[in-house]
Design a protein around this ligand. Structure first.
Ligand SMILES: Nc1nc2c(ncn2[C@@H]2O[C@H](COP(=O)(O)OP(=O)(O)OP(=O)(O)O)[C@@H](O)[C@H]2O)c(=O)[nH]1
Ligand SMILES: [Mg+2]
Length: 315
């Protein structure tokens, strides 16, 4: 219980140690995590997604400092693949440069290796640990592509999607996918040409999308280098969380944690079963049949499932 107690007292070194153990797939670390779990569920977890180079890290630096300037305790989790090759440290440097460390911002970068169980699992664990530390705002950076990223958003209460004026209509589809998950859309680099037009165009697309909860997704312009528009963004982030009401917030967290459980279950089931299945005689025989064109893949899968223990399958 020592490590967990220290984390609950706010000891960041202990927190860092536990996160590292989770990253390494240490099963005992998950026991510590479940001791922390009763203390979670209070922080406002904010996801920041968007294309590479849109300015997510710079924006997060601004947000983190704005929140800490309000006296709030802040955690930052960077999970974007482009943090590989030391760019994750770039976010840290950026924040440190501005005195973030003295201002109670705890930063953790997690994209520098492949984790047993995936980045989303490690990032979720890091968020729980940060909540244990008493962080009130936790900001998660992510690149906005792939399943890992989707899983990550099961963690977030408010999602900010970041675009820049460079992203024109040729990637509407990409935009639409990212826009769906955003509760707030930011057109960053408002100091560069075309920002107003981009914001207008994105607003039109956004207005055509219906939201179940009645929240009107704002489209905001920011210059995260110069600082313009950051106050309005902070206000929108807080506004989104306030407007959900206590009931809405509790519900979203409940939906999130259930969805995250499902994602973990899928992953574990696959890991547990696939090794057993592919090592089996039936799999090898059926695979040979499929390869030679003597059996279709649908029948092949059915045959493999039928050979599994009945409790695993629907019949
Ligand atoms: N002109 C301008 N440049 C910006 C702005 N925000 C960020 N940048 C620059 O854009 C580049 C990318 O910024 P990052 O914050 O690293 O962007 P990112 O989205 O985190 O990038 P990845 O994590 O690599 O996907 C850097 O050179 C920033 O200095 C802005 O508002 N205006
Ligand atoms: Mg970044």
């Amino acid at each position: 219980m020592g490590l967990v107690d220290d984390i609950l007292k706010g000891d960041e070194k202990s927190a860092a140690r536990l996160i590292t153990r989770i990253e390494n797939g240490d099963r005992e670390a998950y026991r510590d995590l479940s001791l922390l779990f009763p203390y979670t569920g209070k922080a406002h977890i904010i996801g920041v997604t968007g294309p590479a180079g849109a300015g997510k890290s710079t924006l997060i630096g601004r947000l983190a400092l704005a929140f800490s300037g309000q006296g709030k305790s802040v955690g930052v989790i960077a999970t974007d693949p482009s943090s590989v090759n030391g760019k994750g440290a770039f976010l840290g440097d950026r924040l440190r440069m501005k005195g973030a460390e003295e201002r109670n911002v705890f930063i953790r970068s997690m994209a520098h290796r492949s984790y047993p169980g995936g980045v989303a699992r490690a990032a979720a664990a890091a968020a729980y640990v940060m909540e244990g530390l008493g962080k009130e705002r936790i900001i998660v950076e992510s690149i906005g592509a792939g399943q890992t990223d989707k899983d990550l958003f099961f963690l977030c209460d408010t999602v900010i999607t970041v675009f820049t004026p460079e992203y024109g209509d040729e990637i509407q589809l990409f935009k639409a996918g990212l826009m769906e998950i955003g509760d707030i859309i930011v057109v960053n680099k408002s100091d560069t040409p075309g920002a107003d037009d981009a914001a207008r165009e994105i607003l039109l697309v956004s207005q055509r999308m219906t939201r179940s909860n009645g929240w009107n997704v704002p489209v905001l312009l920011t210059d995260s280098q110069g600082g313009a528009g950051i106050d309005a963004l902070v206000e929108a982030v807080e506004g989104h969380w306030r407007s959900s009401g206590q009931k809405g917030r509790t519900e979203r967290k409940a939906d999130n944690v259930e969805a995250f459980m499902m994602a973990l279950l899928k992953e574990e089931l696959w890991r547990e079963i696939s090794a057993r299945v592919t090592a089996g005689q039936t799999f090898r025989e059926v695979a040979r049949e499929v390869r030679s064109g003597r059996m279709d893949p649908y029948s092949a899968v059915r045959k493999i499932l039928d050979e599994l223990e009945p409790k695993w399958t629907s019949r």
